[in-house]
Design a protein. Structure first.
Length: 411
């Protein structure tokens, strides 16, 4: 049986251009307002009591502000992009009331796009019949069409020329964001890449598929890097399918939230230490003997700008874990130098990734404004720095922390 439900648009990220404008017109009836009051529990007489409202300065009932903002949800969910939308955030400023029955126009203009996170920034407005702005704000929306179909079968390393040895790199947390970009960058530079993931198998296979379609070699490997036994099993699988990894990039990271120290529990610190210290120790202990036997290798650990200078507030658990990883990385660099295993670090500044996509756009603009190079870091900036430290051009560098901050951190 066919549904009479309105059909949403199916725009993809590449279908949407900066400057595009989407509009709809609407008026809200007394029945609409009563229905919203029943759902929201907001039965303020200004909205639902005609007799009371007639005695106010407005003369009749006023539409709930949040009911007005539902027009932005309609624009996002039905028009831009429609079916593939995931609403990430919306700020609102109410300039003047809208009366029940008053005709209004909702407008969404695309003002920015982020390839790194497949997100859109929309300038959102509601205008009255006389074209005055009554509601304004900014929305951030993710376009979910970027997840590709998984590869049809496991990717097997292609043969190499006689006398050549393919370099193999293992990248943890490589199914999304910065890790995925690092995997793609290393593949373009000739590495066979082991794409590690924890739970996002389809996304890891999408990264593999993209690398293979571009002529590279890659395969996806599941492991919770916080589990030493799982890491050992993954290492054996990588060696069997791709060869011995002589490059390891530790980019797996857990979720973080901004909370003051007084609200943090020790479990919050442990959660970050599990990823930033325990997981890195697991992967490095698993691969270091193989690198030593192969004559050397390169490990690159992803840190953060927070380890240099004054960190942002509200991130004490994250800052502590990253600082601990800085110490571990230096200790490894000193201890494993005789084995030909170099250990270096990359510390990015604020970067657009899935971990930061919920940030308000003004945060990115403010950070760019205070950066000497007048922009924030991209995942490509970080990946290129990682690739340099993994490669032969940095053969005499170990224990180094490279700040990819556009000049914010100068040492």
């Amino acid at each position: 049986m066919s549904s009479s439900r309105p059909q949403a648009a199916e725009l993809g990220f590449d279908d949407i251009e900066i400057g595009q404008v989407f509009e709809l017109e609407r008026s809200f009836s007394a029945e609409d307002v009563q229905a919203f009051a029943a759902v929201s529990g907001d039965h303020s007489p200004l909205h639902v009591d005609a007799e009371y409202a007639s005695g106010t300065e407005f003369g009749r009932c006023v539409v709930h502000g949040i009911l007005l903002s539902s027009l932005f949800s309609q624009l996002v969910g039905m028009r831009v992009p429609g079916k593939h939308a995931l609403y990430l955030g919306q700020d609102l400023t109410f300039r003047r009331p809208v009366l029940v029955g008053e005709s209004i126009r909702a407008i969404a203009k695309v003002t920015a796009k982020s390839e790194a996170t497949s997100t859109l920034v929309l300038n959102t407005e509601i205008r009255s019949a006389d074209d005055k702005v009554v509601v304004m704000g900014t929305a951030k929306v993710k376009v979910r069409d970027q997840v590709r179909e998984p590869a049809a079968a496991p990717v097997v390393a292609a043969p190499v020329e006689p006398g050549q040895v393919r370099r193999v790199a293992l990248v943890t947390g490589a199914s999304r964001g910065m890790g995925a970009e690092i995997a793609r960058t290393l593949a373009r530079r000739g590495y066979a890449v082991a794409v590690n993931y924890f739970s996002s198998a389809d996304r890891a296979e999408a990264v593999v598929s993209e690398i293979v379609q571009a002529g590279g070699v890659a395969a996806a490997f599941q492991a919770d890097v916080r589990d030493a036994a799982a890491v050992q099993a993954m290492t054996a699988q990588v060696v069997e399918q791709l060869g011995t990894p002589t490059v390891l990039v530790n980019s797996a990271v857990g979720e973080f939230a901004n909370r003051p120290i007084t609200e943090l529990r020790w479990a919050d610190f442990e959660a970050h230490l599990d990823y930033q210290l325990k997981a890195v120790l697991n992967t490095c202990q698993s691969l270091q003997p193989l690198m030593k036997a192969a004559g050397g290798g390169a490990i690159v650990n992803l840190l953060s700008q927070v380890v240099g200078g004054a960190p942002a507030t509200g991130l004490a658990d994250y800052v502590s874990a990253k600082t601990a990883l800085l110490g571990l990385s230096k200790a490894m660099a000193a201890e494993w130098a005789d084995d030909g295993v170099r250990v270096n670090m990359v510390s990015p500044g604020l970067t657009r990734t899935e971990m930061t996509q919920h940030y308000h756009e003004r945060i990115f603009k403010m950070e760019a404004a205070r950066t000497p190079l007048k922009r924030i870091a991209t995942t490509a900036d970080v990946a290129n720095s990682v690739a340099y430290l993994a490669g032969d051009d940095s053969a005499f560098m170990t224990g180094v922390n490279v700040f990819v901050t556009g000049g914010q951190t100068m040492i």
